[in-house]
Design a protein around this ligand. Structure first.
Ligand code: NAD
Length: 439
């Protein structure tokens, strides 16, 4: 089947290469010509495990190509829209300009019988509006919404083996036509027994924002418990283990720490709140404001903790920040809690050195004021405190004995419950973590 994928960022590039892997003939379109050139040459513009191999094998199969020219999307039976929907500057709402302009330019090349499939995360109501635009300007073409749930760090696996497929379809016979096309695209994934939810546009759009709101709430719930643990001397890790044994609760997403960041959760809950306000239903989501507040407070608390271990003042103290990506196995530093903390420490007079196994270049580009080094040892040289802010395997596996020789003071703050406390304490380190007792 001939497919186009409009927008080749974290979502679209992986989607394009995965669809080619499934046997489709795919063209990826992106307005960023540098990104297109990299992808076309088999080079990855971002860090994602398994993606480089997938990209290269899909290119080698001859079934995948990239172009900056929307005209190349002509003739594809299905067109996936995967462009960004960032937070608007100074507002909570999502900025839909990329989705709108991508759809407008796609319309120019659409032929009757073709299907536009939105994958970007959008405020509820967007699909219905775009469907009117598509059917009005390109008669005979249809639109469906098929939200994406991939996790960065597991994007390839999640695209080829998703937990579920959600199809938001127009009503009536058009819905059947759109469904048949989606069934053809995802035939091999459906054949694996992947659950499907076939629904209307609004439900499909909301599945995505509801899922992200739930995950954000679960993280902020345990972080609120961490605040309370700090006030009472209880231990949030044991608390999470104990409540997590209850199947109804589950242990996943109950790691107290520095909270969520990245290009999805923060902006998605804010856009959801903004949309609820527009719909006159803002009360339904006021709890998300608290979820956001709890999340942001963790960053402030981490800076306070660093100040505490530095004897009450950060001025002139040397701090090593291990990790900058918003999660391990990614180089994505959008709304990175680690970098937020690093910048605050620097503002308070600390000399901060940051290291990250994959995000170095991104930090240098976006946070030129930060000193970025290539290894944990270099970051920690003569440090007064070491902060582990992204739980990369490389940091989990540090040898606290050897690592202890490079620092000025063996004080570690574990922002992600990444380290084995007993082992670090046995090596002479003072160990502090959010929501856990001081040793
Ligand atoms: P991204 O910023 O990495 O990629 C967006 C791409 O779209 C960029 O390469 C940009 O150049 C391109 N683009 C913008 N306007 C264009 C146009 N008119 N024509 C062609 N290309 C255009 O963003 P992302 O992380 O891939 O996210 C894309 C969407 O997917 C967002 O709505 C996001 O919320 C959603 N999503 C992302 C993830 C994730 O883990 N990153 C997961 C699920 C859903």
């Amino acid at each position: 089947m001939k497919l186009s994928v409009i927008g080749c960022g974290y979502l679209g590039a992986v989607h394009a290469a995965s669809m080619a892997q499934l046997g489709h003939d795919v063209v990826g379109i992106d307005t960023d010509t540098a990104k297109v050139e990299l992808l076309a040459a088999g080079r990855v513009p971002f860090h994602e495990p398994g993606f480089e191999e997938l990209l290269q094998s899909s290119l080698a199969s001859g079934r995948l190509r990239f172009s900056p020219d929307m005209a190349q999307a002509a003739g594809s039976k299905v067109h996936f829209v995967c462009v960004g929907t960032p937070q608007k500057r100074g507002e909570y709402a999502a900025d839909l300009r990329y989705v709108e302009s991508a759809t407008e330019s796609l319309i120019e090349v659409l032929a009757p019988g073709e299907l536009v499939v939105g994958k970007s995360t959008v405020p509820v109501g967007t699909a219905a509006r775009l469907a009117e635009l598509v059917t009005g300007k390109a008669p005979g073409a249809l639109l469906a919404w098929n939200p994406e749930f991939l996790r960065e760090g597991f994007a390839v696996q999640d695209t080829l083996h998703p937990d579920r497929l959600v199809y938001g379809l127009p009503a009536g016979a058009d819905g059947d036509t759109a469904r048949a096309l989606l069934d053809e695209v995802y035939a091999s994934i459906e054949a694996d027994g992947t659950p499907q939810v076939v629904t209307d546009y609004a439900t499909a759009e909301m599945v995505k924002t509801a899922a992200n709101s739930f995950l954000a709430t679960k993280i902020s719930f345990i972080n609120a418990m961490a605040e309370l643990c700090e006030a009472t001397g209880a231990d949030v890790k044991q608390l999470a283990d104990a409540i997590g044994y209850d199947d109804r609760i589950g242990r996943k997403f109950l790691n107290a720490g520095l909270g969520f960041g990245g290009g999805c959760l923060p902006k998605d809950i804010r856009a959801f709140m903004a949309r609820a306000g527009e719909l006159g239903a803002d009360q339904a989501l006021t709890f998300l404001r608290e979820v956001d507040n709890i999340n942001m407070r963790r960053r402030i608390r981490m800076v306070e903790l660093a100040r505490e271990v530095c004897d009450g003042s950060l001025l002139g103290k040397r701090i090593a920040v291990l990790g900058a990506a918003f999660k391990p196995d990614s180089d994505d530093i959008r709304d990175s809690p680690a970098l937020n903390v690093a910048a605050q420490l620097q503002l308070q007079g600390a000399t901060v050195r940051v290291t990250d196994p994959a995000a170095g270049d991104n930090i240098r580009r976006s946070w030129p004021q930060l000193d970025v080094v290539d290894s944990a040892e270099e970051a920690a040289e003569r440090a007064d405190a070491v902060l582990v802010l992204t739980e990369w395997k490389q940091f989990r596996e540090l040898d606290p004995v050897a690592f202890g020789r490079v620092v000025a003071r063996k004080a570690v703050l574990d922002g992600r419950q990444a380290l084995d406390r007993d082992v670090w304490e046995a090596a002479g380190w003072s160990y502090r973590a959010l929501g856990r007792r001081a040793g």
